[in-house]
Structures are given as structure tokens and as C-alpha cells.
Ligand binder design. Structure first.
Ligand code: FAD
Length: 414
């Protein structure tokens, strides 16, 4: 065997980097290496559809840490290398170029690759997914010369890309298969608000449409819809989710499917192998114990911290509150909790003001909050979601009363 590390982290993204950072912060003295298939040192992914795509931030400014940081802390970076197999019994991995690397503990932090469209022409040049710096650079270069751009998918990434492109004056058509945008992550009220905003900013937003094929010989020329209409396009941006990068681990015998299954300490079913971040399927406390995968920086970082502490013998289960953000035009959306399964949504302030919140309830308990340009609600909303506050819709809708006061009311003797 060529090399061995006490902690070997596969995936040099948000979660992987945070494991190394936390281990060194906690004074772990063993050897640590990160193997990543991208050529870059770990960087922030969210700006790829926001400030970096818009040309407002240079790449250096989105690196998680400068090169010096990793050198000083003796974290070995094995970049441009892809792990293709894992041998849990021998405690080693093999890379695409045939190198065998041993480990004491293995952390699988590989995220996922963009789900592409399984239709004719879905892999033509000019059809672009968004996950890496290389993807964002390709999308940016292509958009500069493109006359008309079709975005497929009305989730966060598609909407953010559309907002950047409209700001740059591009003609944008956004296609969503469901009857509203953000259907997977937010309630109806928020979807309708964002649909209005995008239309007012000039996006040709079409809901409930099915894409049948991508047209073109050597490069995309258009998008054919189920009804036969062909929308001309010089660039097609696809934002329809990810496929978790877990094949080598599943092939090695780890439990899972849509992600690797982990317990509350982020341990997989294989000895000495953890998994974190977008690729880790876990029972989430805020989803009432349902097994889910979360795709967020918060989840990657917090699970990384659970693993690092577990490795140094300070085990504590993962119970962090999910939170998320999205920037589109001048709208800053901040979310805490998970709204899936809510039975009531309460508006706090009028969306017309472009500063409001939506609070989600289930059986009278606050389970999530979406805040648009409303940071105070977000900060206090996290507190009421964490507490699982029971409050009436009238109390929650009263924007004059700070949310944290409802906590005090709930705890004061009657
Ligand atoms: P990643 O950060 O994706 O890192 C995984 C790394 O592992 C990658 O470099 C990958 O190439 C590498 N890898 C995969 N397989 C292998 C292998 N076999 N061998 C070696 N290396 C491998 N989240 C938010 O909270 N807020 C946002 O606003 C937001 N915006 C986003 C915008 C975009 C465009 C994208 C793509 C994501 C966004 N996210 C956002 C999601 C967030 O970036 C992810 O949840 C986060 O990066 C997950 O971290 P991770 O460590 O699990 O995976």
C-alpha cells in the first residue's frame, strides 16, 4: 500500500473540509487527508448560482480556507483523484488511477452529481448541470454569447440562475414540471410569491410543462415540449436535483440506496466508515425521524462536526436544526426547519412589502419558517422552531409581536 492516514476523507467539499477543520480545532494529532476529484481546494458551492455566476465574486473569495491554512495544519490534500472502490475489511480505498490508500477512519463526503435529463438530446453540448466550479465557469461562458436560455427546473438553483441571467439582460424561459416552483421545499404562498417576482423581472415562467427532448445536432438548438412546441435555446441549464455519489460505498456493502444510510452519529453500516452531507440518508429529528437526505451547507457542516467529535471520543448525536438560504434579485430568503407535512401556513406581514415570513404548523406546533427580507423573524423563528412552540395562527400572524415573545408567553405561568 502506498499511503495510509488515520482519517481519510473522501470528497473535498463543504462537509469534508469541515471534518478536517473540526478535527484540528479539537487538537486531533493523527494524520488527515482529503481526497477530492475536483482540482480545486475546498470552496463554497452556493455562490456558483449566485455571486460567482454573476461575476460579483472571484474564485479566491469563495475558497473555504487559503492553501496556507491546510499546510499549517498538516492536512494533506489529494486533489484530482477519484475513489472508485472501498475495501472495508482491509481498511483501504482505491483511486481511479490505481492507487491504494489505507485509513483508520474513513469519512465519505462526496455530495452528488447533477441529475441530468434522461431524454433524447439530454447530453448534447450546451446542456449544463450546476454543481462544480467547472460547471459554473462553463455556464457563465456559454451564457455570455447565448441569445436565449432555457432553465429546466424551478428549484433554488434554477431560480437563482434565472435571476442572475435576467440581471444580465438575458432572455430566460424557465420550465417547471410541477404546478408551482419550489414545490419540494416550500409552501404554496412562497411559491406564488417567487413566481410573481420572476415574472415581474421578465422571466417567461411556465409551470406544469414536460420536456420531451433537447433538439440539436452538435449543440443544443432548442427544447421540445410534450405538446410539440419547440423553444429555441442556445443554452439549457438543468436544475432538477442531484444523484448522491455513493456507488463505491454501496458496492462495498453499505446499507442505503438514495444516499448511504447513517445513524445519529453519522456511522454507516460498515466498520469505521462515516458518511455526511448531501450523500448521507439519516433519520432527521426535525422530520419526525423520517429518513431523508438534506442538501445544505448547514447539514454538511453540522454532520461533519458530529463525526469529528465522534472520532476524538466525544460522541453526541446529530440534532441540529436545518437551515437554508437563497438569494434571488434583492430578495434574501432564509429558512429554518422543514415544512414538509405542514397542515397550516401562516403569513406574517404582507408579501406586497417584499419583507414577510411564512410560518408552518403541524398539529398546532411550529415546524418551519420561511423569511423573505426578514432577518429578525428568521433569527427568532429558529428559536420557536427549535422549541417546537405551540401557538395560534393569530399570535403568529401578528407582526407587531416579536416571535421570541411568544416563547416567553408559552413558558410563563397562567
Ligand atoms: P460537496 O460540497 O458537493 O462536496 C463533495 C465533493 O466530493 C465534491 O468535490 C465531489 O466532486 C467530490 N467527490 C464525489 N465523488 C467522489 C469520489 N468518488 N472521489 C473523490 N471525490 C469525490 N446550500 C445551502 O445551504 N444554501 C445555498 O444557498 C446553496 N446553494 C447552492 C447552489 C449550488 C449551485 C449548489 C450546487 C449547491 C448549493 N447548496 C446550497 C447546497 C450545498 O452546496 C451542498 O449541500 C453542500 O455542498 C454539501 O456538501 P457536501 O460536502 O455533502 O458535498
Amino acid at each position: 500500500m502506498d499511503l495510509r492516514y488515520d482519517v481519510l476523507i473522501v470528497g473535498a467539499g463543504h462537509g469534508g473540509a469541515q471534518v478536517a477543520i473540526m478535527l484540528r480545532t479539537q487538537k486531533f494529532e493523527g494524520s488527515i487527508a482529503l481526497i477530492g476529484d475536483e482540482p480545486e481546494l475546498p470552496y463554497e458551492r452556493p455562490p456558483l448560482s449566485k455571486e460567482y455566476f454573476a461575476g460579483e465574486k472571484e474564485f479566491e473569495r469563495i475558497q473555504l480556507r487559503p492553501a496556507k491554512y491546510w499546510d499549517e495544519r498538516e492536512v494533506t490534500m489529494l486533489l484530482g483523484k477519484r475513489v472508485v472502490s472501498v475495501d472495508p475489511a482491509a481498511h483501504n480505498v482505491v483511486t481511479e488511477d490505481g492507487e491504494t490508500i489505507g485509513y483508520g477512519k474513513l469519512v465519505w463526503a462526496t455530495g452528488g452529481s447533477p441529475r441530468m435529463l434522461p431524454i433524447p438530446g439530454g447530453d448534447l453540448p450546451g446542456v449544463q448541470g450546476v454543481r462544480t466550479r467547472a460547471d459554473a465557469d462553463a455556464m457563465k461562458a456559454a451564457s455570455e454569447t447565448a441569445g436565449q436560455i432555457v432553465v429546466v427546473g424551478g428549484g433554488y438553483i434554477g431560480l437563482e440562475a434565472a435571476a442572475v441571467l435576467r440581471k444580465a439582460g438575458k432572455r430566460v424561459i424557465l420550465l417547471e414540471a410541477l404546478d408551482r416552483v419550489l414545490a419540494r421545499v416550500a409552501g404554496n404562498e412562497l411559491s406564488r410569491f417567487y413566481e410573481r417576482e420572476h415574472r415581474e423581472h421578465g422571466v417567461d415562467l411556465r409551470l406544469g410543462v414536460c420536456v420531451d427532448a433537447i433538439e440539436g445536432e452538435t449543440h443544443v438548438t432548442g427544447v421540445r415540449l410534450a405538446g410539440g412546441e419547440v423553444i429555441p435555446a442556445d443554452l439549457v441549464i438543468v436544475g432538477v436535483g442531484i444523484v448522491p455519489a455513493v456507488e463505491p460505498l454501496i458496492a462495498a456493502g453499505a446499507e442505503g440506496g438514495n444516499g448511504v444510510l447513517v445513524d445519529s452519529l453519522c456511522k454507516t453500516s460498515l466498520p469505521d466508515i462515516y458518511a455526511i452531507g448531501d450523500c448521507a440518508a439519516h433519520e432527521n429529528h426535525f422530520a419526525e425521524g423520517v429518513v431523508i437526505r438534506l442538501e445544505s451547507v448547514q447539514n454538511a457542516n453540522d454532520q461533519a462536526n458530529v463525526v469529528a467529535k465522534g472520532i476524538i471520543g466525544d460522541e453526541a448525536p446529530y440534532h441540529a436544526i436545518p437551515w437554508f438560504w437563497s438569494n434571488q434579485y434583492d430578495l434574501k430568503l432564509q429558512t429554518a426547519g422543514l415544512s414538509t407535512g405542514h397542515d397550516r401556513a401562516v403569513m406574517r406581514s404582507d408579501p406586497e412589502n417584499r419583507s414577510f415570513s411564512v410560518i408552518y404548523l403541524k398539529d398546532g406546533r411550529v415546524i418551519a419558517i420561511d423569511c423573505v427580507n426578514a432577518t429578525r423573524d428568521y433569527v427568532q423563528g429558529r428559536m420557536i422552531v427549535t422549541a417546537g412552540l405551540h401557538a395560534t395562527p393569530e399570535q403568529l400572524a401578528d407582526a407587531e409581536t416579536p416571535l421570541k415573545e411568544l416563547l416567553t408567553l408559552a413558558h410563563s405561568p397562567t
